[in-house]
Design a protein around this ligand. Sequence first.
Ligand SMILES: Cc1cc2nc3c(=O)[nH]c(=O)nc-3n(C[C@H](O)[C@H](O)[C@H](O)COP(=O)(O)OP(=O)(O)OC[C@H]3O[C@@H](n4cnc5c(N)ncnc54)[C@H](O)[C@@H]3O)c2cc1C
Length: 381
Amino acid sequence: MDASYEVAVIGRGLIGSAAARHLAEAGCNVIVIGPDEPLDRRVSLGPFCSHPDEGRITRIAGRTPIWSQLAARSIGRYADIAERSGIEFHSPCGLVSSSPKISEWLENSKLAGGDARSVDSEWVSAETGISLMNGHPALYEGAPAGYINPRSLVKAQTKLVGQAKGVVVKESASTITALSDGYQINGNCGSLLADRVLVTTGAFGSELLNRPLDLRRMPRTTVTAEMSIDSDLPSLICVDPPDERLEEIYWVPPVRYSDGRVALKIGGDLRDAEPVAQEALTEWFQSDGSAVEAEALKNSLHGLLPGVEVTSWAQKPCVVTNTASGHPYIGWVEDGVAVALGGCGSAAKSSDELGRLASELFQSERWNDSLPSGAFDPIFA
Ligand SMILES: Cc1cc2nc3c(=O)[nH]c(=O)nc-3n(C[C@H](O)[C@H](O)[C@H](O)COP(=O)(O)OP(=O)(O)OC[C@H]3O[C@@H](n4cnc5c(N)ncnc54)[C@H](O)[C@@H]3O)c2cc1C
């Protein structure tokens, strides 16, 4: 007979591993199903994840009060997750952000208990060596802002699932079939039964749902720049960077990558980017990404850090999954099946709270949180 669980979480990325941890630690009989990152993305048929590197910016200042709250709540639990799993993932190196909306970000930070403050480009240049030429206001947020290692966070959450007697299966699922008293899940993960299901498959996994969600999967190319730099750089978000083809760039300061290089990672949003069709996702992840985007990112890096010598460059593709609401979808999509996905390029830092909110769906009849449930309602295509 197939093994049976109260909840099956499908997708073991940032949100799914967090949701599974919260469920397991609340005493739920939970299984989390999801593969490790492909060993060789160029030949893998997926599914792929949106956290395949060593750095994701963390900060409380954010574009909505909800995003700031989600981040503050998650950041407040980083130390506990690291301590209990024995896996460190947080580097509190601070953040500089420059955009026309800085006053809103400062307000949102304050509401969520953050201490971001207004700074000017002279201060940024003197303290960090970053040359901001966009004419927009700027903020500085000190520790705990900085970056997290998303791969390590998934490892830490997965380890804690196991410690709390949750079951971890490192394979994919391909179908969810409704039965009279629950669901049957099949795929490389084998066959198993669950009373209820949480789908946390990021950009992938839409074949698991009966109705497609309104998601825009945006192709992104990231560039890593091997460099040695004397000063301690903060993380950076900069709207209207030096190369005009980009709306915005962000970077994570130099860290060691799996190829041995100590490199700064820079990424951004091309002004004319179009979503990737779902059928084209695998091919995109197998590719080198966009040559135009990579060139614009390199130009921007040189403009923001004048005089810094880059000894090698590398680039790769990724995907940001945007929702129609601008916040992740967390909620029921049919009786017994819920989703928690659509990170909108901002969910890594806040994944523990997003996973916790999703886990609460399975533990109480009603939404029981000061954040408005409507902000997270799944929207169908
Ligand atoms: C280039 C880039 C830079 C980013 N920078 C930041 C940043 O600086 N700060 C920040 O906070 N956020 C950032 N983000 C966003 C953040 O990484 C995502 O929001 C986050 O990864 C979303 O988490 P998730 O769990 O929804 O998806 P993922 O982390 O992608 O996890 C989904 C998982 O589901 C699995 N899966 C898919 N299909 C199946 C299936 N059929 N069966 C089983 N498993 C399946 C996948 O293998 C994957 O592991 C960035 C994203 C990108 C792409």
